[in-house]
Design a protein around this ligand. Sequence first.
Ligand code: NAD
Length: 253
Amino acid sequence: MSMTFAGRVAVVTGAGAGIGRATALAFAAQGLTVVVSDVDVVGGEATVRQIEASGGTAVFVRCDVTQEADVQHLMEQTISAFGRLDYAFNNAGIEIEHGRLADGTLDMFDAIMAVNVKGVWLCMKYQLPLMVAQGGGVIVNAASVAGLGAAPKMSIYAASKHAVIGLTKSAAIEYAKKKVRVNAVCPAVIDTDMFRRAYEADPRKADYAAAVHPVGRIGTVEEVASAVLYLCSEGAAFITGHALAVDGGTMAI
Ligand code: NAD
């Protein structure tokens, strides 16, 4: 399988922590130049320092993916600094614990949809023309197993991740002949700050989270990063419009 990324340029949103940071580090380890982006400046700059400490090349561009001007600026900065955009991992996302559907609030709905859906749509809106103009590229969007099935007590989040898959599949078809591939990763529970925030209040929930995965454990950020790199690689040249579960067998039950 070809993983020849050297000399290429990748943008990762939400790269100041968790899955985004691990993927930025994995891209850099393959010789890519990485544009690390996050609304959190401290986290994003820490990711850049980690990449540089291991000999890689990265820059930080602050971007709140809910803001069109920020997203446009991120893509413009990438082109003005490096002249191309080969890979994009649209990873920034939020999850708010809210109980059953009727317990949700309009503020929660708007906040989740703004980051998880509008953010991914805005990123692709500004990435696709650049990739078409340069003759190709690969986009991977962060969905979730909550985009493939029910997510009790996370209905708004589930709706947002189903929407990410809808955006992914539609863009994949629209741009297939332009040599831009668009896929999604669908992690189950992954050991990140998002996971710890959700489970720290009740350690029994953490045990339960491990047990619901057929492999008997939750996933690691590196395992999601590997899936993103595979989807970006030439080894995945015939894969587009796919929502890849990275879930220890959860969706097979
Ligand atoms: P995380 O909370 O550890 O990190 C998310 C990063 O996104 C943070 O650095 C945060 O500052 C950034 N971010 C938040 N809002 C933003 C905005 N408006 N603009 C730019 N950046 C913003 O989360 P994570 O667990 O690494 O999750 C990453 C992605 O993977 C999310 O889309 C999430 O929904 C998805 N996912 C996570 C899990 C899991 O178990 N952790 C499972 C399935 C899917």
